[in-house]
Design a protein around this ligand. Structure first.
Ligand code: ADP
Ligand code: MG
Length: 366
């Protein structure tokens, strides 16, 4: 298989159905060889974007470019994109090898060329010894690997994946995620994956684009989105978060103090961040795992007293819901080895977090 991925760009991509806007002015660049994930809740427009890229949905406005050349008017077969879609099953009456050979047959390749490419594609997904089986003789995960081989066998310009793992059980899904990641590294092509599963997005992607109501809310490397979510929606959808609201006081280049009721929360901003206006209302996102349980006399930039409302054991740690008088309910996740106490309902606790743990986010809650 020849390497070299291709770059894709969406410019103002919009799709309307009547007066409903399914995809709303989405602009996005996907670099050569990148693994990009479109992540968003059900109905956020992910499949519509993928279908527009594949050429099955005609955009209402905007354009799609491959390596800088406009492909918007091209029919699907001229785009040469590989696809693995959720309900896009294997042909049940064909063997594994015949399934994988199908796109090559459509393209008129000779028998000998087909055989070579089919063997290489099956080796790629580690199913070389399954060539003569029928799909029903394979597990769900193996069937999806055959679908991947079928999508890659004709040297596609892009590989488009629409929730390919969502029908599999949790353990199998985790296995196939690893495999998909390894496959991406091996073939060096541009992959665009769609999922509503935030863990899958975090673990697989070079970059994630977060969608809501057809709009692109934020895109970036998984770590960037997780650590510096731009909005409440992003912080809430990618991981879990506490949201603290208050009024800005004493803002300077390093940060500010957020007055939330009687509490004064110190916020340190990363260098170069915009400093919020004195007296303005701001919302902070605080990840549960950035909160620690303070022992007697232990100091932190921010502390708040509360009582444990509920707790659960997670194996690797504890999840706590803590009722605080002024900040409402706060969720904290503590590594088990760090928990200074045995959690119990009603137990008074003091929570602490550092000034750079909470980040200001735009409030885009509906
Ligand atoms: P996702 O894949 O993120 O779940 P979709 O792209 O499938 O979302 O759908 C986005 C929105 O567009 C949904 O509200 C869906 O009902 C609507 N939609 C999708 N296809 C059509 C269609 N052919 N006609 C009318 N509405 C559609
Ligand atoms: Mg979908």
């Amino acid at each position: 298989m020849s390497a070299a991925g291709h770059a894709l760009a969406l410019r103002g991509l919009t799709k309307r159905y009547g007066d409903f806007t399914a995809v709303d002015d989405v602009s996005l660049e996907v670099a050569q060889g990148e693994f990009l994930t479109l992540l968003g809740p059900s109905g956020s427009g992910k499949t519509t974007i993928l279908m527009a890229v594949a050429g099955f949905v005609a955009p209402s406005a905007g354009s799609i470019l491959l390596d800088g050349r406009e492909i918007t008017p091209l029919p699907p077969e001229k785009r040469n994109f590989g696809m693995v879609f959720q309900g896009y099953a294997l042909f049940p009456h064909m063997t594994v090898a015949e399934n994988v050979a199908f796109p090559l047959r459509v393209r008129g390749l000779s028998r000998a060329d087909r055989d070579t490419k089919v063997r290489a594609a099956l080796d790629l997904v580690q199913l070389g010894t399954f060539a003569d089986r029928l799909p029903k003789q394979l597990s769900g995960g193996q069937q999806q690997r055959v679908a991947l081989a079928r999508a890659l066998v004709f040297d596609p310009n892009l590989l488009l994946l629409d929730e390919p793992l969502s029908a599999l059980d949790k353990k199998l899904r985790a296995e196939l995620q690893e495999e998909l990641k390894a496959l991406h590294r091996r073939v060096g092509r541009t992959f665009i994956n769609v999922t509503h599963d935030q863990e899958e997005a975090l673990s697989l992607s070079d970059r994630i684009a977060i969608l809501n109501h057809g709009k692109l809310i934020q895109s970036g490397a998984p770590g960037t989105l997780y650590e510096a979510p731009r909005t409440r929606f992003v912080a809430d959808f990618l991981g879990k978060s506490n949201f603290l609201e208050g009024t800005v006081q004493g803002a300077d280049a390093d940060g500010f103090v957020l007055a939330a009721g009687p509490d004064r929360l110190r916020v340190r901003l990363p260098a170069g961040s915009a400093v919020p206006a004195e007296g303005s209302r701001r919302l902070l996102s605080l990840r549960p795992e950035k909160i620690s349980l303070l022992s007697d006399g232990e100091a932190a930039d921010n502390t708040v007293d509360g009582r444990i409302l509920a707790w659960s054991y997670l194996g690797a740690g504890f999840a706590l819901r803590v009722a605080t008088p002024s900040l409402g309910e706060i969720r904290a996740v503590l590594p088990a080895w760090q928990a200074a106490i045995a959690p119990a309902e009603g137990l008074p606790v003091r929570l602490g977090w550092s000034a750079d743990a909470a980040v200001p986010v735009e409030d885009d809650a509906p």
